[in-house]
Design a protein around this ligand. Structure first.
Ligand code: HEM
Length: 485
């Protein structure tokens, strides 16, 4: 690239629109990102803030870019020149004064942190199953932006906008947090939430994906309490499914104080057995700031990203929410053959809602060495869950890579109604220590797979479900352990 032209900062600044082309500076390099803007995981509006400028100050805010190979790979193809050495200096930020994370709530030191700014942190396997209800402090955290602390403080001001946006007309009303607590019945639901990227690390073993390399802990369970969304919709004048159909309402859009937008289909919101709530409590206390205070949409059985935190408004519409998390590529699963975004019509691919059946071995852990005696049994345990409220009806575990199977005992969570099983089901199984010709095997490959109430099962390999964004990995979960007698 040394023979590429040199540009002054002024020339780069002149390229800040789609028409003129969008250029940015990173270090001493100049990039033309015009084609990439629409495919940016953080959305076009965010990346446009840096049009004609240096990206570094923005990446101080969104540090998932720093040292991220996916970012380097994207930029690698887009360099068009060098920044004039005279213009390179002077881009440092006064972070002490400007750091939007300065007032960020702390995350528990037990969590495994992938990114600190914004927080992307998961619960380690050693703590995942200590309690069927995950303590608030140990909940996985997946933020997209800084916590919007300035918007969620000052109790008296806290409120929720309810809007109906149809055929060009828009009406809104506002309910205070107090109204929500006092004027509506309090409804509780125990629901497990899973990030669409849980177990992405397992897909990266097949080929690189774009996103945080989560292990098995981007999942947690809580008892939520709040107002039934169905009741709120009635309050907004939607009498039921027929009425919604007549009015042309197809989606319920959620908007967060941090700028996140997502929506769910009206069918889920209006389903009296769907148990969607606008929560103000998590495990019996006000929802902690890092988990969405004061209000969070809880959409049981549906991927984490639709459970919008720091809820600012709810809008009924004929359309899905705008933004990269709903209409963009962030939560869309493409065919394994799609290796770059230019080869796919993103708009035509549905975004993730209900999650597929899942199960994971939590103990023993991958790479562990177990002291065993030949007559004894291996104790194996894990979690299982499925989207859409479909209860897990069976978990099969194998210690010979799937040649033969042992059926696990379903534990906490197995009592749930199989059509409304929003929470995970723990399982355990004891399997005799494998012995051949009088000798204990030295290595075993343990794997598990669950079956849900619709008899959906997990795919055997990650290869067959690999996808560019690394979403919905529910392939058989494997751990390899060493046996020592
Ligand atoms: C996320 C690339 C500029 C804001 C991402 C991700 C990539 C990326 C690959 C996904 C990261 C992951 O999940 O591991 C780029 C490139 C840029 C650029 C190549 C410049 C050429 C910017 C700028 C901003 C920004 C200037 C802010 C003003 C964000 C945000 C996310 C993100 C908020 C997170 C989205 C989420 O968590 O869902 N970007 N980015 N990006 N980017 Fe950028």
């Amino acid at each position: 690239g040394r023979d590429l032209p040199v540009f002054s900062r002024g020339e780069v600044e002149g390229h800040d629109t789609l028409e003129k082309g969008i250029w940015v500076i990173c270090g001493d390099k100049v990039y033309d990102i015009t084609e990439f803007v629409q495919n940016h995981p953080g959305g076009a509006s965010k990346i446009m803030l840096a049009a004609g400028k240096s990206v570094e100050p923005f990446w101080q805010i969104y540090q998932q870019h720093l040292g991220n190979p996916a970012v380097q790979e994207i930029l690698g193809d887009l360099q068009i020149g060098w920044l004039d050495p005279k213009d390179v200096a002077g881009m440092e930020l006064d972070l002490d004064r400007n750091d939007p994370y300065a007032r960020e709530p702390k995350t528990h030191p037990a969590l495994s942190v992938h990114y600190a700014k914004p927080v992307n942190a998961e619960i380690p396997p050693s703590l995942l199953m200590d309690s069927w209800i995950t303590p608030n402090d140990l909940w996985y955290v997946r933020h997209h932006h800084p916590v919007p602390v300035e918007h969620i403080e000052g109790r008296d001001k806290l409120s929720l906008e309810l809007g109906v946006s149809l055929g060009g007309s828009h009406t809104t009303q506002v309910l205070s947090l107090q109204d929500l607590k006092e004027k509506f019945e309090k409804k509780k639901v125990v629901a497990t939430m899973q990030c669409g990227g849980n177990r992405r690390g397992g897909l990266n073993g097949v080929d690189d994906t774009k996103g945080t390399s989560w292990d098995v802990g981007a999942i947690s369970n809580a008892e939520w309490a709040g107002v039934s969304l169905l009741e709120l919709l009635r309050h907004m004048g939607v009498e039921g499914p027929e009425d919604a159909e007549k009015k042309g309402i197809k989606h319920v859009q959620f908007e967060s104080h941090d700028g996140m937008t997502a929506s769910i289909p009206i069918e889920k919101a209006l389903n009296p057995y769907g148990d969607t709530i606008i929560a103000y409590e998590m495990n019996g206390v006000d929802i902690p700031k890092k988990n969405g205070y004061p209000l969070r949409a809880i959409v049981p059985g549906v991927v984490g990203v639709r459970n919008v935190k720091w809820l600012k408004s709810i809008t009924l519409s004929s359309e899905e929410a705008e933004g990269p998390w709903q209409r963009g590529m962030n939560y869309k699963v493409f065919s394994p053959s799609v290796k770059d975004l230019n080869s796919v019509d993103i708009a035509s691919v549905p975004t993730i809602q209900e999650q597929p059946v899942q199960s994971v071995i939590v103990s023993p852990q991958d790479g562990e060495t177990l002291e065993v005696v030949p007559e004894e049994e291996l104790e194996i345990k894990g979690y299982s869950w499925s989207g859409g409220g479909r209860g897990v009806i069976r978990v099969d575990v194998s210690i010979d890579s799937g040649k033969s199977w042992h059926t696990a005992t379903l534990k906490e969570g197995s009592e749930q109604n199989p059509m409304r099983a929003w929470a995970w089901t723990f399982w355990e199984v004891s399997i005799p220590v494998p012995v051949s010709q009088g000798k204990v095997a030295t290595k075993v490959d343990i794997c598990c797979k669950a079956t849900d109430y619709a008899h959906n099962c997990q795919p055997e390999t990650p290869d067959s479900i690999w996808n560019l964004r690394g979403l919905n990995n529910n392939s058989w979960h494997h751990v390899n352990v060493n046996l020592d007698d």
